[in-house]
Write a protein that binds this ligand. Structure first.
Ligand SMILES: Nc1ncnc2c1ncn2[C@@H]1O[C@H](COP(=O)(O)OP(=O)(O)O)[C@@H](O)[C@H]1O
Ligand SMILES: [Mg+2]
Length: 169
């Protein structure tokens, strides 16, 4: 029996985000990229689509990096050092690890910069909220390239409002 797949549909990526990602992947817009917007607009799905198209992309959420913040030799840092693209989702979403998350994000940003690896940061926080959640140092490291605001409906609800079956094969 085939286990059902959850499809990531490029057509459902919000237009402004699609445009920016295309520009970034073609080298027309500067890295790093900071993508932000409210929950459910499709940021994670869009980043996963990017991950699908870049053969050696590294994916982590900020919480995972925070868990490894003090382990200089552990696998996320080594894997990310060899990647063609580093994607970090859920930046600034947790307060539980805020000190560790701060160190981890700063460290990943510095590592990417040192090794000239493009980084895609995804968050629900606006750049100004990010600055307040962390500080100027994190803000300047991850918002210094292309900042992409994403607007739109929460697709988690939109899907149901449209009457699309939740059990679609
Ligand atoms: N490109 C897409 N293809 C398919 N489903 C999507 C897409 N974008 C969003 N969705 C649906 O909307 C939900 C929320 O999207 P997600 O990317 O997790 O939002 P965000 O990261 O902005 O909170 C997903 O779980 C999925 O069901
Ligand atoms: Mg998300």
């Amino acid at each position: 029996m085939m286990f059902p797949r959850v499809d990531r549909d490029p057509k459902r990526v919000p237009e402004q985000l699609k445009c920016a990602l295309r520009g970034l992947l073609r080298g027309k817009l500067p890295w790093p990229a900071y993508v932000f917007g409210p929950a459910g607009v499709g940021k994670t799905c869009a980043a996963l689509l990017v991950h699908d198209t870049v053969p050696e992309a590294f994916w982590a959420d900020a919480e995972l990096l925070a868990e490894h913040a003090y382990e200089a030799e552990s696998w996320p840092w080594r894997f990310a050092a060899r990647a063609q693209l580093v994607i970090v989702d859920e930046v600034g979403c947790r307060s539980r690890y805020s000190e560790r998350e701060y160190l981890a994000i700063k460290r990943m940003a510095d590592q990417c910069h040192r090794l000239a690896i493009p980084a895609l940061w995804v968050s629900n926080l606006s750049p100004e909220q990010l600055r307040q959640h962390f500080d100027d140092r994190v803000f300047s490291r991850i918002c210094c390239g292309t900042v992409v605001p994403v607007k739109g409906k929460d697709q988690r609800f939109f899907r149901r409002q449209n009457g699309e079956s939740l059990q679609r094969a």
